[in-house]
Structures are given as structure tokens and as C-alpha cells.
Write a protein that binds this ligand. Sequence first.
Ligand code: KIV
Ligand code: ZN
Length: 387
Amino acid sequence: MNSEKIEIFDTTLRDGEQVPGCKLNKEQKLIIAERLDHLGIDVIEAGFPISSPGDFESVSEISKLVKNAKVCGLTRANKKDIEAAAEALQYAKRPRIHTGIGTSDSHIKYKFNSTREDILERAVQAVKYAKSFVEDVEFYAEDAGRTDNAYLAKVCEEVIKVGATVLNIPDTTGYCLPEEYGMKIKYLKENVKGIENAVISCHCHNDLGLATANSIAGITNGARQIECTINGLGERAGNTALEEVVMILKQHKNLNLHTNVNSRMLNEMSTLVSDLMGMPVQPNKAIVGANAFSHSSGIHQDGVIKNRATYEIIDPEEVGVNESSIVLTARSGRSALAYRFKNIGFDITKNELDFLYQEFLKIADIKKEIDNNDLHLIMKSFNLKIG
Ligand code: KIV
Ligand code: ZN
């Protein structure tokens, strides 16, 4: 069976940039957009043009720069927002307007003090208006995760009728469980007339740590686009991490789904975004964290030295990391120590190792991590001892 493509919609420059302290200037945004285009991203959400003159300018410059990806601008469901997005996107080779409105009862009552009927009408008018500027219009039903399925289906059906090409079903608050989110997508596939004319998109937040799991549940139930960010950046606890969904699809070939992303660029992309945003990546972050391919316990190290696949499901080169690392701590074993000595040019015998290992443990109990300098010192004192 032929593998089906999942479109990757990157929103690092919009949802990711909403994170306090992660503000980027125009030049930095252009650098990231250019690299995202090389990475093989299908849609780059470049910003929210009405939000500030700076963001407008960035979306406009990114539109001129990007060669392959679709460039997208966010709007609320009103004319001024849509006009600003259309203007900012005018130079894009493949422009997309991303418009929408909150559809959950909570949003309808507290944000809009409105009714379901009125919100439906505003959604339809927004898509119609956006469609008068560009062919490609994505509609988001904000807080879809907590929206009643029958009403959500009705909204989706009506916006498809007026030309929405993509339906974004955000779990805005990160509330859904994977099965629940998956069932929501399935429900829409089965109950929205005309659904075959639109792509369903997953936009999941990570408030309960389920963003990636929910996005995968979405695509296994029929969605064909995932909205995500480098390093999982985004409002509050963040969005689905791009590197995670790309590698899940790569590692689980039985899903028969793939992306266009060059996974070998993932590590450098993560570092670039982290450096420019001044937002460190947690060391234990899946795929791109500093410890993602490092082994420190003796049992694991022994296994990895014998065969990498015993404790690693991804070849580090697949994500642009040169090699796995064997970190020496007080929990490390003899094989790890011998391996690290060998790496710095010492081929040691079993008897030598017995002695060196005891010396190593004495220092490792004091220091958190033993580096190559320490190994040289241990070897030096050993040589002095044996004369
Ligand atoms: O989380 C969300 O609902 C959003 C929309 C604006 C797409 O970011
Ligand atoms: Zn969001």
C-alpha cells in the first residue's frame, strides 16, 4: 500500500513566538523561515499580520523570500484582519489565509457573549471574505477540543461550502485525551458533508503533555495536516513538537504515513531556534535534547557498546547528531570506561581495567561527570604507580 503524505504546518513563527521572552526580530524570522523552507516544511505560518506593524512587515518579507512552502498569515474572523493578511501575503508564491473563531460554548458565551448561530454566520462570512483574496483558506475552530461535535460538524460543513480548503481542529487548551481527539476527527470525517473537499488539520497544545499523542491520534483517524513547532514551543506548555511527529512517522513505517521533512536537519533547526529565541532546550527533550542519545548507566552502556539498537530506537545520524555518547558517571560500568579509554587512545587489558575502574569510581563519587581530562589523570597516576 502506498504511504500517504502528512502535510507539516510549522507555526514556530506565530504560536511559537507568542511565548514570553521568545520574541524575534524581522531578520531572525527571515533566517528561520529560510531554513524551514529548506527543511521541507509544507506550510509556514509566518505571523499574525494585523497584530503589529513589525509582524506585518515580517510576513510580507517572508512571503518574498520563501520559495517552496505555502506562506500563511493568521487572522480573526473580521474584515480588517483578513485585509491585512491578504496585503502582507501579496508577494507569496503560495499564500494561505488562516482565519477562524472560537466555537466552544465557553468561547461563545464568555469571549463573544454571542450564540452558536451568530458564530456560525461569522465563520462563514470570514471564509467567504478571505476567499475573495486567496484560493487557499484555512479555517480554525478555536477550542474545537471542547466544542460539541455536532455543532463543530455543522460549522465545518458550512465553511467548506464557501470554499475552506483546510479545517483546523485545535485542541486549544490541551484538554483532550488521544482517543477523544482521534474520535473527534473520525466523527468529522463521517458526518461532515463535503469533507472530501478539505484537509483536516490537527493543532494540539501540550497542557497535559499530550500534544504529540493527540496529533498522532488525529492523523490515524483521517487528518492529513499537523500544526507544530520546533522544540514544541508555543503558548503556555507549548504545541506539538515538529521533530517528534516527523520521527514518529519515520520510525513507525506500519502507519503508512510520511512527511516531506529532511530529518537530518532536525538537530540544527532545534539549535538555531533555541539560540535565536534564547530558549534553552530541556536536556531530556525527545529527539533534540542533549541527552536524547547519551547513555550513562552501566547496564545501558554495556548494551549500546555491544549493539546500538539495544537501547536506541533512532540512529542519531538520522536527526543530524554525529553519534551517541557514553557519559561516565558513578553509575557507569567497566565496559564504558574501557570504551572511553579506547576513544582517547588507550587499549587497556582486563587487569589494568580492574585497577583503573576502582580509581575511576573514587573520582566519580565526587564529580558528577568524568571527562577526558580526568581519564588522562587517572591513567597518569596508574603509570606512576606501576613505575
Ligand atoms: O490554539 C489555537 O486554537 C490557535 C488558533 C489561533 C489556531 O493557535
Ligand atoms: Zn495554538
